[in-house]
Design a protein around this ligand. Structure first.
Ligand code: SF4
Length: 228
Protein backbone atom coordinates (compact mmCIF):
# COMPACT_ATOMS: atom_id res chain seq x y z
CA UNK A 1 0.00 0.00 0.00
CA UNK A 2 1.46 3.36 -0.89
CA UNK A 3 1.50 6.32 1.45
CA UNK A 4 -1.32 8.20 -0.29
CA UNK A 5 -3.62 5.19 -0.13
CA UNK A 6 -2.66 4.53 3.49
CA UNK A 7 -3.65 8.09 4.36
CA UNK A 8 -6.83 8.24 2.30
CA UNK A 9 -8.19 4.96 3.68
CA UNK A 10 -6.93 5.35 7.25
CA UNK A 11 -10.20 6.53 8.81
CA UNK A 12 -12.19 3.66 7.28
CA UNK A 13 -9.59 1.06 8.28
CA UNK A 14 -9.14 2.35 11.82
CA UNK A 15 -12.87 2.52 12.38
CA UNK A 16 -13.17 -1.19 11.44
CA UNK A 17 -10.26 -2.03 13.75
CA UNK A 18 -11.83 -0.16 16.64
CA UNK A 19 -15.13 -1.99 16.21
CA UNK A 20 -13.34 -5.29 16.86
CA UNK A 21 -10.96 -4.20 19.63
CA UNK A 22 -12.06 -4.63 23.24
CA UNK A 23 -11.11 -1.92 25.73
CA UNK A 24 -7.46 -2.13 26.73
CA UNK A 25 -6.69 -2.75 30.39
CA UNK A 26 -4.17 -0.27 31.80
CA UNK A 27 -2.60 -1.66 34.96
CA UNK A 28 -1.03 1.73 35.77
CA UNK A 29 -1.22 5.33 34.56
CA UNK A 30 1.55 6.71 36.76
CA UNK A 31 4.66 7.35 34.56
CA UNK A 32 7.06 5.53 36.87
CA UNK A 33 4.96 2.38 37.05
CA UNK A 34 4.16 2.47 33.34
CA UNK A 35 7.92 2.61 32.73
CA UNK A 36 8.62 -0.30 35.08
CA UNK A 37 5.73 -2.37 33.66
CA UNK A 38 6.88 -1.79 30.08
CA UNK A 39 10.45 -2.84 30.94
CA UNK A 40 9.01 -6.05 32.39
CA UNK A 41 6.80 -6.67 29.35
CA UNK A 42 9.43 -7.62 26.77
CA UNK A 43 8.68 -11.15 25.46
CA UNK A 44 6.10 -11.70 28.20
CA UNK A 45 2.31 -12.05 28.11
CA UNK A 46 0.34 -9.07 29.39
CA UNK A 47 -1.30 -10.98 32.25
CA UNK A 48 2.09 -12.21 33.52
CA UNK A 49 3.65 -8.75 33.18
CA UNK A 50 0.75 -7.08 35.01
CA UNK A 51 0.90 -9.60 37.88
CA UNK A 52 4.67 -9.07 38.28
CA UNK A 53 4.29 -5.27 38.19
CA UNK A 54 1.51 -5.49 40.80
CA UNK A 55 3.82 -7.54 43.03
CA UNK A 56 6.50 -4.85 42.80
CA UNK A 57 4.00 -2.06 43.36
CA UNK A 58 2.52 -3.73 46.45
CA UNK A 59 5.95 -4.39 47.94
CA UNK A 60 7.69 -1.10 47.06
CA UNK A 61 5.10 1.45 45.93
CA UNK A 62 7.54 4.24 44.99
CA UNK A 63 10.61 4.90 42.91
CA UNK A 64 12.66 5.63 46.08
CA UNK A 65 11.65 2.34 47.61
CA UNK A 66 12.39 0.27 44.46
CA UNK A 67 15.72 2.11 44.07
CA UNK A 68 16.79 0.70 47.43
CA UNK A 69 15.36 -2.77 46.84
CA UNK A 70 17.19 -6.03 47.31
CA UNK A 71 17.95 -7.79 44.00
CA UNK A 72 16.99 -11.30 45.15
CA UNK A 73 13.69 -10.08 46.51
CA UNK A 74 12.86 -8.21 43.28
CA UNK A 75 13.80 -11.19 41.11
CA UNK A 76 11.60 -13.43 43.27
CA UNK A 77 8.63 -11.07 42.84
CA UNK A 78 8.96 -10.99 39.04
CA UNK A 79 10.18 -14.55 38.46
CA UNK A 80 7.34 -15.42 36.04
CA UNK A 81 8.36 -12.83 33.42
CA UNK A 82 10.85 -13.67 30.66
CA UNK A 83 14.48 -12.73 31.35
CA UNK A 84 13.52 -11.90 34.93
CA UNK A 85 17.06 -11.85 36.30
CA UNK A 86 18.18 -9.16 33.88
CA UNK A 87 14.90 -7.28 34.29
CA UNK A 88 15.28 -7.32 38.09
CA UNK A 89 18.66 -5.60 37.70
CA UNK A 90 17.19 -3.17 35.19
CA UNK A 91 14.21 -2.00 37.23
CA UNK A 92 16.44 -1.37 40.27
CA UNK A 93 19.02 0.45 38.14
CA UNK A 94 16.39 2.57 36.37
CA UNK A 95 14.85 3.48 39.74
CA UNK A 96 18.26 4.48 41.11
CA UNK A 97 19.04 6.69 38.10
CA UNK A 98 15.61 8.29 38.35
CA UNK A 99 16.07 8.93 42.06
CA UNK A 100 19.63 10.24 41.78
CA UNK A 101 19.35 12.33 38.59
CA UNK A 102 15.68 13.22 38.28
CA UNK A 103 14.37 13.29 41.84
CA UNK A 104 12.10 10.41 40.78
CA UNK A 105 10.33 12.42 38.07
CA UNK A 106 10.19 10.49 34.80
CA UNK A 107 11.58 12.71 31.99
CA UNK A 108 9.18 13.72 29.25
CA UNK A 109 11.28 13.35 26.10
CA UNK A 110 12.08 10.27 24.06
CA UNK A 111 15.78 11.15 24.00
CA UNK A 112 16.08 11.31 27.79
CA UNK A 113 13.96 8.19 28.29
CA UNK A 114 16.12 6.23 25.87
CA UNK A 115 19.21 7.01 27.95
CA UNK A 116 17.92 4.61 30.63
CA UNK A 117 19.23 1.03 30.48
CA UNK A 118 16.74 -1.32 28.85
CA UNK A 119 14.59 1.50 27.46
CA UNK A 120 14.22 1.54 23.67
CA UNK A 121 11.89 3.51 21.41
CA UNK A 122 8.90 1.26 22.08
CA UNK A 123 9.11 1.60 25.86
CA UNK A 124 9.77 5.34 25.65
CA UNK A 125 6.80 5.87 23.34
CA UNK A 126 4.50 3.81 25.59
CA UNK A 127 5.46 5.99 28.58
CA UNK A 128 4.96 9.22 26.63
CA UNK A 129 1.58 8.23 25.17
CA UNK A 130 -0.03 6.11 27.89
CA UNK A 131 1.26 7.84 31.00
CA UNK A 132 1.88 11.44 29.94
CA UNK A 133 -0.62 12.04 27.15
CA UNK A 134 2.19 13.14 24.81
CA UNK A 135 1.40 12.06 21.21
CA UNK A 136 3.62 9.09 20.28
CA UNK A 137 3.26 5.79 18.43
CA UNK A 138 4.77 2.75 20.13
CA UNK A 139 5.47 -0.12 17.74
CA UNK A 140 5.37 -3.41 19.61
CA UNK A 141 4.97 -6.88 18.12
CA UNK A 142 1.20 -6.44 17.53
CA UNK A 143 1.48 -3.00 15.94
CA UNK A 144 4.31 -4.26 13.74
CA UNK A 145 2.43 -7.35 12.55
CA UNK A 146 -0.92 -5.64 11.93
CA UNK A 147 0.70 -2.67 10.15
CA UNK A 148 2.71 -5.00 7.94
CA UNK A 149 -0.30 -7.11 7.02
CA UNK A 150 -2.56 -4.20 6.20
CA UNK A 151 0.23 -2.60 4.19
CA UNK A 152 0.71 0.53 6.28
CA UNK A 153 4.30 -0.62 6.83
CA UNK A 154 6.55 -2.14 4.17
CA UNK A 155 9.27 -3.11 6.63
CA UNK A 156 9.91 -5.62 9.41
CA UNK A 157 11.93 -3.01 11.26
CA UNK A 158 9.82 -1.42 14.05
CA UNK A 159 11.61 1.90 13.71
CA UNK A 160 10.80 2.11 9.98
CA UNK A 161 7.21 1.11 10.78
CA UNK A 162 6.96 3.88 13.36
CA UNK A 163 8.26 6.39 10.83
CA UNK A 164 5.71 5.28 8.25
CA UNK A 165 2.84 5.26 10.75
CA UNK A 166 3.72 8.80 11.77
CA UNK A 167 3.04 9.77 8.14
CA UNK A 168 -0.22 7.83 7.85
CA UNK A 169 -1.92 8.15 11.25
CA UNK A 170 -3.24 11.69 11.90
CA UNK A 171 -1.42 13.16 14.89
CA UNK A 172 -4.61 13.59 16.89
CA UNK A 173 -5.06 9.78 16.72
CA UNK A 174 -1.62 8.83 18.02
CA UNK A 175 -2.81 8.63 21.62
CA UNK A 176 -4.57 5.32 22.07
CA UNK A 177 -3.39 3.95 18.72
CA UNK A 178 -1.03 1.37 20.26
CA UNK A 179 -3.56 -0.02 22.80
CA UNK A 180 -6.25 -0.33 20.09
CA UNK A 181 -3.90 -2.22 17.75
CA UNK A 182 -2.64 -4.41 20.60
CA UNK A 183 -6.19 -5.57 21.35
CA UNK A 184 -6.96 -6.00 17.65
CA UNK A 185 -3.76 -8.05 17.25
CA UNK A 186 -4.54 -10.21 20.28
CA UNK A 187 -8.18 -10.91 19.38
CA UNK A 188 -8.53 -10.69 15.58
CA UNK A 189 -5.33 -10.23 13.58
CA UNK A 190 -3.57 -12.94 15.61
CA UNK A 191 0.02 -13.98 14.93
CA UNK A 192 -0.54 -17.45 13.41
CA UNK A 193 -4.12 -17.46 12.19
CA UNK A 194 -5.67 -14.03 11.62
CA UNK A 195 -9.46 -14.17 11.83
CA UNK A 196 -10.04 -12.49 8.47
CA UNK A 197 -13.59 -13.79 8.07
CA UNK A 198 -14.89 -11.44 10.80
CA UNK A 199 -12.61 -8.53 9.91
CA UNK A 200 -13.96 -5.41 8.22
CA UNK A 201 -10.44 -4.40 7.16
CA UNK A 202 -10.51 -7.09 4.41
CA UNK A 203 -11.26 -4.70 1.49
CA UNK A 204 -8.15 -2.65 2.36
CA UNK A 205 -5.77 -5.36 3.58
CA UNK A 206 -2.73 -6.33 1.48
CA UNK A 207 -2.27 -9.61 3.35
CA UNK A 208 -5.88 -10.68 2.79
CA UNK A 209 -5.72 -9.76 -0.89
CA UNK A 210 -2.49 -11.74 -1.38
CA UNK A 211 -3.78 -14.78 0.50
CA UNK A 212 -6.98 -14.76 -1.56
CA UNK A 213 -5.03 -14.54 -4.83
CA UNK A 214 -2.84 -17.46 -3.75
CA UNK A 215 -5.95 -19.50 -2.86
CA UNK A 216 -7.59 -18.70 -6.23
CA UNK A 217 -4.41 -19.61 -8.11
CA UNK A 218 -4.20 -22.91 -6.21
CA UNK A 219 -7.84 -23.67 -7.01
CA UNK A 220 -7.32 -22.91 -10.71
CA UNK A 221 -4.32 -25.26 -10.81
CA UNK A 222 -6.30 -28.01 -9.06
CA UNK A 223 -9.27 -27.54 -11.46
CA UNK A 224 -7.07 -27.71 -14.55
CA UNK A 225 -5.35 -30.88 -13.20
CA UNK A 226 -8.72 -32.53 -12.59
CA UNK A 227 -9.90 -31.66 -16.17
CA UNK A 228 -6.77 -33.05 -17.84
S1 SF4 B 1 -8.16 -8.92 6.99
FE1 SF4 B 1 -7.05 -10.48 8.17
S2 SF4 B 1 -4.87 -10.00 7.95
FE2 SF4 B 1 -6.06 -8.18 7.33
S3 SF4 B 1 -6.22 -6.92 9.17
FE3 SF4 B 1 -8.04 -8.22 9.12
S4 SF4 B 1 -7.50 -10.05 10.33
FE4 SF4 B 1 -5.58 -8.98 9.82
Amino acid sequence: MNLAKGRSTFDAVYSEIRKLSPDHHFEFRDPFWVLITTILSHRTKDEVTDAAARNLYKRYGTCESLAGADYSEVSGLISKVGFYTRKAERVIEVSRILRDRYNCRVPETIEKLMEFPGVGRKTANVVLADAMGIPAIAVDTHVQRVSRRIGWSLSDDPEATEERLRKIVPRDMWLGFNPVLVEFGKHVCKPITPNCTVCGVRPYCDFYREERSKAHAGKRRADSRSRS
